[in-house]
Design a protein around this ligand. Structure first.
Ligand SMILES: [Zn+2]
Length: 159
């Protein structure tokens, strides 16, 4: 039987810089249906047996997180190659081609006059990720949750 776990977490990079997470004071715990790919597999492996109230720091090397940086996915494109009227701004994303049958999503990471630096690596590629995790609840999944493949409720999907 599938289980739902509620957790608070803080995600940091190897330098301790906070990249994301939940705020224990203001946010609902994240609800995760175990076994359905909601979390990175290595993270889920590390937390799936934790009990309510338990805290843990999980450190994932890039290979267990978002992989190494692939330099071939970083390119400099002249501004003139973008279709006219395209908004060009740091942080914007656009689809461009396919790789192994999956669409590639590029991010504009830097603009230097007419040179547009784009990167299709995951934003967290090449990083060791530190997760501080605290389990707030565990319960059996409902039939609906299993059918949908995600947890329902405050902190999960709401529909
Ligand atoms: Zn649903």
């Amino acid at each position: 039987m599938a289980e739902v776990v509620g957790l608070h977490f803080t995600l940091k990079n190897q330098d301790g810089h906070i990249l994301g997470g939940t705020d224990e004071k203001d946010d609902a715990p994240l609800l995760v249906l175990l076994g359905y790919g909601s979390l990175l597999p290595a993270l889920e492996d590390n937390i799936k047996d934790m009990t309510i109230g338990q805290s843990k720091t999980v450190i994932l090397p890039p290979a267990q997180a978002y992989g190494d940086v692939d330099k071939s996915l970083r390119m400099i494109i002249p501004r003139s190659k973008f279709p006219e009227g395209t908004e060009i701004k740091e942080g914007l994303q656009f689809a461009g081609g396919q790789r192994d049958g999956w669409p590639i999503v590029f991010r504009i990471v830097k603009i230097d006059r007419d040179d547009i630096y784009i990167d299709a690596n995951h934003e967290l590629a090449g990083m060791a990720l530190h997760y501080d995790v605290k389990i707030t609840q565990r319960r059996m999944a409902t039939a609906d949750e299993v059918a949908h493949g995600h947890a329902h409720g405050h902190g999960g999907h709401q529909h």
